[in-house]
Design a protein around this ligand. Structure first.
Ligand SMILES: *[C@@H]1O[C@H](CO)[C@@H](O)[C@H](O)[C@H]1NC(C)=O
Ligand SMILES: *[C@@H]1O[C@H](CO)[C@@H](O)[C@H](O)[C@H]1NC(C)=O
Ligand SMILES: *[C@@H]1O[C@H](CO)[C@@H](O)[C@H](O)[C@H]1NC(C)=O
Length: 316
């Protein structure tokens, strides 16, 4: 019974997927008309954290700075958080607490289980610590899409740095512990977000799928670097299987492209037919200089002007 009520609360918060018009579609997820939206896709950012020891060479950006420069309010606010021991306090998230609250965006924290104990270390106790950090935000009215263990299918690779440890079955248990810990908080949604699989069959991700009952939104991370890797190539197989197939909203938790492809890729992200992808609700852009210059807003003036044109902001 508790679980049924929880699901109902979540459904009310998420709204129903509505295709009547792009704006109604976005409004149904709780954003007011003051947030950035192009062609029915709410647009937001993962602002650079400025952390040089992660190879980031852009400074820290606040959402407030990005919004001022672009002249529009980012709809999602993505941020990384390392869950690196069984004592979790979300310090990376808390450092930016005021900027997150003031942005009014949906907060999309990527809580990364990089602890030595692996997925098996995400006990119920640790899961409640994660829930406590989320509650600090939701108490201030922030809506949270908790991207727990994002790109799990990539971060378990021995080449990944940092990396996750454990099996798909252990990941699923860790996920379910976290989902249970946030279940009484109607402002938290569980956002399942593996790493891209090229244009291959999406069923390879099935072992990592935690189950319909605990997944509120689905998405997949992609960084294309050639024009044949278009929206359809990158997302369609995933969308069909996990979004259309399970009637879950599709959100892009993280994406970007290098300086050659970034404006082309942005036009792909906002250029899709709502009839083909009716569940597609939002995307968060990796606004970083990290090896490549992914930035759409905080780089040079010329890039900014092109970004504004692609997002339809030059019309105002
Ligand atoms: C910067 O990144 C390193 C490596 O991931 C991490 O240990 C450190 O805590 C980060 N610093 C801040 C201020 O977030
Ligand atoms: C994947 O892309 C390759 C190269 O563009 C193409 O030949 C192949 O048919 C695609 N496969 C699927 C399943 O779409
Ligand atoms: C972007 O990536 C492609 C493919 O690797 C490469 O050919 C191109 O030179 C890169 N562009 C920049 C500006 O680095």
């Amino acid at each position: 019974m508790k679980f049924a009520l929880h699901q109902l609360a979540k459904a009310l918060v998420l709204g129903t997927v509505c295709t009547a018009s792009p704006s109604n579609h976005v409004r149904s997820f709780g954003w007011s008309s003051t947030f950035l939206e192009t062609n029915g896709v709410a647009i937001g950012w993962l602002p650079s954290n400025g952390n040089a020891s992660e190879g980031v060479t852009s400074p820290r950006y606040t959402m407030a700075e990005i919004n001022v420069r672009l002249g529009a309010k980012g709809a999602t606010y993505g941020m990384y958080s390392h869950l690196d021991s069984q004592q979790y306090n979300g310090y990376e998230l808390m450092e930016e607490f005021d900027d997150v609250v003031n942005s009014g965006a949906i907060f999309v924290p990527s809580v990364m289980p990089v602890l030595a104990q692996g997925f098996a270390g995400i006990t119920k106790d640790v899961a409640y610590q994660v829930a406590d950090v989320m509650r600090k935000f939701t108490k201030r009215g922030v809506r949270v899409w908790l991207r727990f263990g994002h790109e799990m299918n990539w971060y378990v690779d021995p080449a990944a740095e940092p990396r996750y440890y454990g099996t798909p079955a252990e990941f699923v248990v860790a996920w379910q512990n976290v989902a249970e810990a946030v279940a009484d908080n109607p402002l938290v949604e569980m956002f399942w977000s593996p790493n891209n699989i090229g244009n291959g069959s999406a069923d390879v991700l099935d072992p990592w799928y935690p189950g319909d009952e605990t997944v509120d939104l689905v998405g997949i991370d992609c960084y294309p670097n050639a024009e044949y890797q278009d929206f359809e190539y990158m997302y369609k197989n995933f969308y069909d299987r996990y979004s259309a197939g399970k009637n879950k909203p599709f959100a892009i938790g993280e994406t970007g492209a290098n300086a050659t492809y970034k404006e082309w890729w942005l036009s792909q992200l906002v250029g899709q037919s709502r009839h083909e992808y009716p569940n597609y609700v939002s995307m968060s852009w990796f606004e970083y200089l990290k090896g490549d210059d992914f930035r759409l807003v905080m780089a040079g003036k010329k890039v900014l002007e092109e970004t504004k044109r692609t997002l339809g902001l030059d019309r105002y």
